[in-house]
Design a protein around this ligand. Structure first.
Ligand code: GCV
Length: 677
């Protein structure tokens, strides 16, 4: 099995001289994380543990209540002795992986080092289905569900599930264990196991006999300090208990959920809670019964409260049956319209999980306007690691810079103590420990966990960014390369770095321009289709005509979305000359001859970025080829083949977008490059 950034041989080579000492004489049986830490030391990297402190080179020092944060750790260096301190075994485990990271980096830097996570909840969401398929999964089939030989996950943009006879769990515990190790090593502490679209038998994951399989997974993740969650189907009371309704104000419905929680917690006493997608894209929800989402979420919150469980309620609620003829409805406004009025109404164990942007994980979106606007609601910001709209793990796309930009966006609310997104998520949550980041998983049964082995950098970067919100994405990339490709020479490391560092911008350049989004093949979401969603029900349009392109979302003449931000941010987006170029078409319908902040016209910018993006992919191939025989042959070949596909994809995007806008505008490229007429 591929061990990603945790290559055992490499880690052994930097840790083999250690002799560890634990300052607790006896370890309690229920301290499963402490036991796991010892197992990691003794049987995973195979170094010794001594009972005599004088022999030790590495001391694990448990200091209950010493630090403010139970996950924080400190590494201290004195001559030949290293000490890791933390309040809990979990903190020591994080410290252990932190030390490995350090050892694989610049050994000479031996400053004492304190590390505390910026976010409380650092969560991975799986969209794995009970038949082993994964919605928007490009790294093979589910590692949790499915049959032994089912490793691929063909994606045709249709995610219906097959009926499963018998036990649906894969029971590949070795792989799940390695995954749990990978997640813990980057600080992840929560995971939801199944798709938020809870289809078919997945509704029953919350009851027996399925709970047996869920418990087995919980037992593995628990050892690594990771709590498990399940996504639920809002209509479970009807499906499972044959109740006539799922109305949240119906007493029978509340009793049903209480019973469900009681049974789950009997099996899994530290179960995290439920993730809920309601009233969205065909899923049922409280609106069906004339109830608000606060009423729906709070009913579940009441049922799970006795066990300290959480309800993670997704804000991805919008009308997916729009009429393209109606230009007044704006999908971008939906989350704000639905949830802003509910601020302060959610129970303190409900968390509102909001996608980072108002639409749907596009290459470029402004920040979801609810961040900063909601002042009394627990919140999670959601990212999609799996690359649904970002190249399906075929195209190289290191997305961490985009996420970093979103969490560092300044919402400019004057009354806010700290108006930068990552800080206000916590500050505006009614219980700060009930807040954080979530990312939709990009892994599966494929050989390298992800389709393109380079896509693992996104999982790594996501975890590290949850922990350290100020981390520089380029530094995280260096870290990941150093650990993943530690045995390749520095020239190769630079090549990988240079390709990946520019890859997100390159992808943006050759796909839908300047924030307009969604010019993808419908449902499948890979490859260009300029008008694929233009005349449909999903509410994602570009409105190109012979004069210009883009969506007018201003208050003055458009849908009014721009006014959902703080006065200063609204003012910026309201003004075509102040809106950053990369978001121009998200906020304005812009004429082709309009001059952008970059000094060029819109139409020339569209041509330039598309030609440039394509050339960049060509240069990636040239650079990658220099590494033949210098890195692992198989990884070389897999990435090389993906790059060839990426080039084909970039070529189609470039030519179709350029031709489309040439035909619309009639304006020639100033540089006379080939545009098909
Ligand atoms: C899990 C997008 C995706 C869906 C996904 C949905 C969501 O619309 O295309 O596959 O469903 O987001 O986040 O719920």
């Amino acid at each position: 099995m591929y061990n990603a950034w945790l290559d055992k041989k490499i880690i052994k080579s930097v840790m083999s001289n250690e002799i560890c000492y634990f300052n607790q004489s006896e370890i309690k049986n229920n301290d499963v994380v402490g036991l796991r830490l010892r197992t990691e030391i003794l049987t995973w990297i195979e170094i010794s543990i001594t009972k005599n402190i004088d022999n030790a080179t590495l001391i694990f020092e448990l200091k209950p209540n010493f630090f403010d944060n139970n996950d924080a750790y400190k590494i201290l260096w004195q001559k030949n002795l290293t000490t890791i301190e933390g309040n809990t075994s979990k903190a020591l485990l994080y410290g252990f992986y932190g030390l490995i990271r350090h050892r694989l980096s610049d050994e000479s830097d031996k400053e004492n080092y304190f590390s505390s996570p910026d976010q409380s909840l650092r969560m991975i969401n799986h969209w794995d289905q009970i038949d082993g398929s994964v919605e928007r999964g490009y790294g093979g089939s589910s590692i949790f569900f499915g049959r032994l030989y089912q490793v691929d996950n063909p994606d045709k943009g249709d995610f219906s599930v097959d009926t499963v006879l018998g036990d649906p769990f894969r029971h590949n515990h070795e792989r799940v264990l390695m995954y749990a190790r990978m997640l813990a090593s980057i600080g992840i502490n929560a995971i939801s196991l199944n798709d938020v679209n809870v289809r078919g038998q997945a509704t029953n994951l919350i009851v027996q006999p399925y709970l047996v399989g869920v418990k087995q997974l919980a037992d593995i993740f628990r050892e690594f300090g990771i709590q498990i969650f399940l996504a639920i189907n809002w209509k479970a009371p009807e499906y499972i208990a044959r109740l006539p309704t799922s109305d949240p104000l119906n007493n029978q419905v509340l009793l049903f959920w209480k019973k469900i929680c009681q049974n789950i917690y009997q099996e899994i006493p530290d179960f995290g809670g439920f993730v809920v997608k309601a009233d969205s894209e065909g899923e049922s929800g409280p609106y069906k019964y004339g109830r608000t989402h606060a009423q729906g979420a709070n009913m579940l919150a009441e049922a799970i409260k006795p066990y300290n469980g959480l309800i993670i309620w997704r804000a991805f609620v919008y009308n997916s049956k729009q009429d393209w003829r109606d230009r007044s409805t704006d999908r971008a406004k939906a989350a704000y319209d639905n949830f802003y009025p509910l601020d302060g109404q959610f129970a303190d164990n409900v968390i509102l999980q909001m996608k980072f942007g108002p639409i749907d994980f596009q290459t470029e979106e402004p920040l979801m306007p609810l961040f900063g606007a909601l002042k009394r609601t627990n919140q999670i910001i959601e990212f999609e690691i799996t690359a649904e709209y970002l190249g399906h793990q075929i195209d190289v796309n290191y997305v961490v810079p985009q996420w970093s930009k979103m969490i560092n966006f300044n919402t400019q609310y004057p009354e806010q103590k700290n108006s930068v997104t990552n800080k206000l998520i916590k500050e505006n949550s009614i219980k700060s420990k009930n807040s954080g980041f979530a990312g939709v998983s990009n892994i599966g049964m494929s050989k390298y966990w992800t389709g393109n082995p380079l896509a693992l950098a996104n999982l790594y970067g996501f975890g590290r960014l949850c922990w350290d919100n100020d981390a520089n994405p380029n530094n995280l990339l260096v870290e990941w390369i150093r650990q993943t490709f530690s045995n390749v020479n520095s020239e190769c490391k630079s090549i990988i770095y240079n390709i990946m560092k520019t890859s997100n911008q390159t992808f943006k350049n050759y796909t839908a321009p300047l924030g307009v989004g969604f010019m993808v093949i419908p449902h499948y979401h890979y490859g260009v289709s300029v008008n694929g969603y233009e005349y449909d029900q999903w509410g994602t349009y570009h409105f190109a005509d012979r004069k210009g392109v883009g969506i007018d979302r201003t208050k003055k003449t458009g849908t009014g979305y721009a006014s959902m931000y703080s006065p200063k941010v609204s003012e910026m987006y309201e003004n075509i000359n102040k809106t950053p170029d990369e978001l121009l078409l998200f906020f304005h319908h812009v004429s082709y001859n309009h001059v952008l902040q970059n000094g060029k016209t819109l139409i020339q910018t569209i041509y330039d970025i598309h030609f440039f993006g394509y050339e960049m992919v060509k240069s990636y191939i040239r650079q990658w080829k220099k590494m033949e025989n210098k890195i692992n042959d198989d990884i070389y070949q897999v990435v090389y083949n993906k790059l060839l596909l990426q080039l084909e994809n970039a070529r189609e995007w470039k030519d179709q977008v350029n031709t489309y806008f040439y035909r619309m505008s009639g304006v020639c490229d100033k540089q006379g490059r080939k545009i098909y007429k």
